[in-house]
Design a binder for this molecule. Structure first.
Ligand SMILES: [Fe+2]
Length: 324
């Protein structure tokens, strides 16, 4: 990781944020899931949570329609970019998190060649996996300090809560229920609530667990800044052998954009640029628009470099600042 010093960073960000063309270009990057669908799923989850809180039986009809729509959009937009950051404009973490987890889970399921029917159930489970959190004391969920043992024990109930809520609907199949109940279980039995081990854990739950951990790591929280995709991938790889199935971890990692559009990167020449396009087959070699040369002077003309073609150039690291 490369850190710009405070002065250079300020100067740099001011410059990058004022570069309208760069911002417009990033905004034009098609997202895998349309903004309308993202918003609709978040709204539906908000309504469902209100119903759960007042003890009303929830209606999953709409959520099923939209989870299917998400699968349709993901499978038909394979050339679009996975772009989680954009969803985070909406400030309700739990619901935006569910949309992100769904996207990452579906991409992994596609990589594992799961049949369409299973991918649709995987999507539904990923959207509903954390619903049981609604029944956990809000002050615990919003707490920024370390949880006490008693508080953590309460949090550990949420997978079972989710399972119970989902199970009330007889039209929901087994896969979403397994995802809800097992998404915090880990291969080495270190998870919860039942400390399941290895193959006792459903593969669908492992897919959702990886997506869950990755999205949590890359999200900004009140108490810490989100890790960059490149750092989060390294963190997951550091414990994946003990905690997750290796085959599923490999499929998951293939869909992670190490340097997604909008990332600031340093090139081996010392220049700093912003990623404007990702080459899906060469994820470490995106197209980069150069912003600053090695003396920290900005480029006066547009200077794009396709690292998949210009093989003398390569990224030496991520810069710890992105355009917001
Ligand atoms: Fe959870």
């Amino acid at each position: 990781m490369i850190y710009l010093d405070a002065f250079k960073r300020k100067k740099f960000v001011e410059r990058a944020c004022h570069d309208k063309k760069v911002k417009e270009m990033i905004d034009l990057i098609p997202t895998v899931i349309s903004k309308d669908t993202q918003k609709a799923v978040i709204n539906i989850l908000e309504c469902i949570s209100r119903d759960i809180k007042v003890g009303r039986v929830i209606d999953n009809h709409e959520v099923k329609i939209y989870s299917r729509r998400m699968v349709e959009e993901i499978t038909s937009n394979q050339n679009a970019m996975m772009y989680l950051e954009k969803i985070r404009k909406y400030d309700n973490y739990t619901f935006t998190h569910s949309v992100n987890v769904c996207l990452l889970s579906v991409l992994t399921g596609m990589d594992l060649n799961l049949p369409r029917q299973e991918i649709e159930e995987l999507a539904l489970g990923a959207i509903l996996h954390d619903l049981g959190k609604i029944l956990i004391n809000e002050s615990i969920l919003k707490k920024t300090e370390r949880l006490t043992k008693v508080e953590f024990e309460e949090v550990k109930h949420h997978p079972y809560n989710s399972y119970c809520i989902i199970s009330k609907d007889s039209a929901i199949g087994e896969i979403p229920k397994l995802i809800a109940y097992q998404h915090h279980e880990r291969y080495n039995s270190s998870g919860y609530p039942r400390k399941l081990y290895g193959n006792q854990i459903s593969g669908y739950a492992v897919i959702t667990a990886l997506a869950d951990v990755y999205d949590a790591l890359t999200t900004d929280r009140i108490y810490r800044r989100g890790y960059l995709p490149y750092e989060a991938t390294k963190i997951i790889l550091s414990f994946s052998a003990e905690k997750f199935c290796p085959k599923i971890t490999r499929a998951f990692i293939q869909n992670i954009s190490i340097y997604p559009p909008g990332s600031l990167v340093k090139i081996n020449t010392g220049d700093i640029g912003i990623v404007i396009k990702v080459n899906k087959k060469l994820i470490l070699r995106p197209v980069v628009r150069l912003l600053l040369d090695s003396s920290n002077d900005s480029y006066k003309t547009v200077n794009d470099i396709d690292l998949s073609k210009e093989l003398d150039y390569f990224i030496v690291g991520a810069v710890d600042m992105e355009i917001s």
